[in-house]
Ligand binder design. Structure first.
Ligand code: PBG
Length: 331
């Protein structure tokens, strides 16, 4: 039998681990990660989130320690979510200078001034109905969010966060015009230097299920009148390009793993830094299958992070941030 000779031998660069790392095209570092933190008012002990083992709602009194712990592990950015006990129709606590979000920002900045403190700018954890803005009469499908009334509230919220010392504003409402409104609001208040990381392409996704537990959401209904239809790839690009035009400093795709095509497409059309949100359902699925003993948790997480990098992300928002930082240190 004649020997068959391949045309090219890719395996030449796979022969040793040193060679493989020499030609590795992507890497993960703790500085690429953003850690989401849930802070609930009026509690004294952390509250476990059953669907997200390892993630808790922290009392305000522990936030400073948590920020310092994350910093010592090498985490350089946090994304703050408040779990409010002061809910009302419009979510007014979000623009109260002594409200939960403003207090958390001040506490985090005081604990570690160099930490990049990012506020999730939404209303759903502060409204009694759980929607991401001011309600209006919708179509036959029920109540809806009033786009333009919500824009004014977003401006107020962003300015209060900036006054409290936030380093970056991350609007997640998927309200049309949100980036332009926030940019204008910040600029007029003298915060030209504060960047906006827009949740620019955010889908109406079942992968947010466990997050609703995490923030103790009262929400019933659908966000499909403002968040994107998972079926739409072209619109996904248009949403992010619109936010870039409105002045977004960083774009984002959310959720992650089911939308790698969207990430790759935005990467090809924009030179802005691109973030991905590895969301609660993605976290919960890995944790549950690891607990069932059917996967290698660390290997699955690192492969997932690498997929985000390969698709074109610069930044990764993940509940695994601290664990990944620990793994990176140990390796
Ligand atoms: C608020 C918000 C949500 C998430 C982040 N910000 C929930 C939603 O839009 O319903 C989801 C985060 C996650 O699932 O990890 N609008």
């Amino acid at each position: 039998m004649a020997t068959i000779t391949p045309e090219f031998r890719f395996r030449r660069l796979r022969r040793t681990s040193v060679l493989r790392s020499l030609v590795r095209q992507n890497s993960i570092q703790a500085e690429d990660l953003i850690l989401p933190l849930f802070v609930e008012e009026e509690i004294t002990e952390p509250v476990a989130i059953s669907s997200m083992p390892g993630v808790v709602r922290y009392p305000e009194s522990q936030l400073a320690d948590v920020v310092q712990r994350a910093w010592s592990k090498g985490i350089r950015a946090i994304l703050l979510f408040g779990v409010s006990h002061q809910k009302d129709e419009a979510g007014t606590d979000t623009w109260n200078a002594d409200g939960l979000m403003a207090r958390c920002i001040r506490t985090a900045k005081q604990a570690q001034p160099e930490m990049v403190v990012i506020s999730d700018n939404c209303f759903c954890e502060y409204t009694d109905h759980g929607h991401c803005g001011v309600l209006c009469e919708g179509s036959h499908e029920g109540l809806d969010v009033d786009n333009d009334l919500t824009l004014g509230n977003l401006q107020k919220q962003a300015v209060v966060a900036a006054e409290a010392g936030v380093d970056m504003i991350a609007p997640s409402t998927m309200i049309d015009g949100m980036v332009a409104a926030i940019r204008q609001g910040l600029d007029e208040a003298g915060f030209q230097h504060i960047p906006v990381m827009s949740y620019s392409t955010k889908f109406a996704s079942a992968f947010y299920g466990p997050f609703r537990d995490a923030v103790d959401s009262t929400f019933k209904g659908t966000r499909s009148t403002y968040q994107m239809d998972p079926a739409n790839g072209r619109e996904a690009l248009a949403e992010s390009m619109q936010d870039e035009m409105e002045g977004a400093d960083i774009l984002m795709v959310k959720p992650g793993l089911a939308y790698l095509d969207v990430i790759a497409n935005i990467r090809q059309h924009s030179e802005r830094p691109l973030a991905v949100y590895h969301v609660s359902g993605e976290y919960a699925m890995i944790k549950a299958s690891a607990a069932a003993g059917v996967i290698d948790e660390q290997a699955i997480v690192m492969e997932t992070m690498m997929a985000f990098k390969r698709a074109g992300c610069d930044l990764i928002i993940t509940y695994y941030a601290e664990q990944i930082a620990d793994w990176l240190k140990a390796s």
